[in-house]
Ligand binder design. Sequence first.
Ligand SMILES: Cc1cc2nc3c(=O)[nH]c(=O)nc-3n(C[C@H](O)[C@H](O)[C@H](O)COP(=O)(O)OP(=O)(O)OC[C@H]3O[C@@H](n4cnc5c(N)ncnc54)[C@H](O)[C@@H]3O)c2cc1C
Length: 472
Amino acid sequence: MDRAALVKELKTILGDDKVISDPVDLLYYSYDSSFLARQHQYIPDVVVTPRSTEQVAAVMRLASRENIAVTPRGAGTGETCGSVAVSGGIILDLSPWDTIEDIDVPNMQVLVRPGVIHAKLNEQLQKHGMFFPPDPGSTRMCTIGGMVANNASGLRAVKYGTTEQYILGLEVVLPNGDVILTGGMKSKAVKSVSGLNLTKLFVGSEGILGVITQIRLRIWPKPKSRGIVMAVYKDLDDAPASVLEVYQAGILPSGIEILDESAIKAVNMYRPDINLPNAEAILLFEVDGNVESVQWEGSRIQEVTGKRAIQVEWATDPKRMADLWEGRSVVAAAAARVRPDGSRVFAGEDISVPLSKVAETLRSIRSLGAKHGIKVVNYGHIGDGNVHTAPVIDPENPKEVEAANKLVDEIHKLAVTLGGTTTGEHGVGAVRAQYAELEHGAAVKVMRSVKKTLDPKGLMNPGKMFPSEGEQ
Ligand SMILES: Cc1cc2nc3c(=O)[nH]c(=O)nc-3n(C[C@H](O)[C@H](O)[C@H](O)COP(=O)(O)OP(=O)(O)OC[C@H]3O[C@@H](n4cnc5c(N)ncnc54)[C@H](O)[C@@H]3O)c2cc1C
């Protein structure tokens, strides 16, 4: 089927206003936040914006009949080229389909369509004293569908876990156009062990197995109070040691963030008014709960971290908490400041390692950066070993791009060597598919057979998650 005929048939199925084929408009869909998308231009043949399960199913049936690749897309905030059509074909833009179908407070759950923005859902839930806890930094942009497909999380995952823990059931359109309901989509039970856990199969499947068209989410009561401890360390090794000691004191903070020396310098260059103490590492512990438990946990963390830190501060006053948190809030933007002519590239940005290996990881990344002549800024969610690395280069300089690609490859391999993973939250997409065998060995064969069962023609988001059989 040629492109003109495809566009015509899609318009018949969906209506003219839900089919985008103008080359300028298609450019918008050629990137996400990844460095890979910046290096290449992957332009889809056509984009559609369906608003019903039946419309999605009809598009999938057409694609299957005509052997056309389909890439689901939320807000396109991913860092892995996941929502970019690397093989062309149809992009299913689900972001306009943003209805909150039901907020069922008595049963502590909500039913949403995939395009609902995370922060907007939480704004609605707040009115009921509830929240959906996973909290990606992209909260104001990313969709719930994208979060489910990527099993997204954020700095509060250390206490509240990842998106998968809150998914009660899904409606999924399979590559052949069939529609299935998984888990508790019909039952509303918040606890169920009935049947094979297909919900978990689709959570984190990055659009390679089907299109998520409806999501039943569990919601939780929103804590009433919070507090923050900032602890400053002269010796990097003391930072993870302090984290362990806080856990051993019986406390599970809602967030534990690290800024290493490189991040501290970047923040102070970007915003001298923040004036972070010069040190090897700064930790920020956030605790939440009721007023009394927050007070107790905050004072106890202050006591425990005080054994190793050279400076500790504990705050519950909202203004002071915001000040303490400011350095962490701006670090992603600050990274590029370590080099006046540089840009931060999103690559190798999301490894996760065991807590006992965090200090070694940060030192090794520093050495790798020096080896390749690239400045790297490090920060992240130390509570669950998730290190965010920000290489800063001149992306227009091919030599620097080549060096950055080598550096990133070594960072990914370092994570696996140290008993960690190439991605703690952002996913695999096209940028980390090459590490599938290294990380999962023989399990990749099983992943491929699951993919083949659901998508025998290999049309759903090709080129993502793992290389096709025979490819390297
Ligand atoms: C500034 C910034 C901060 C970020 N912080 C975090 C963070 O703290 N934690 C974190 O986990 N991530 C973070 N991310 C990455 C990203 O925002 C998340 O992965 C997010 O969940 C992606 O949502 P999206 O709607 O943008 O999805 P997209 O980027 O559009 O898509 C992501 C993947 O999901 C698939 N997909 C999307 N919708 C569907 C659907 N309905 N059905 C099937 N597949 C689908 C796509 O094919 C693609 O593979 C950040 C990104 C940015 C730019």
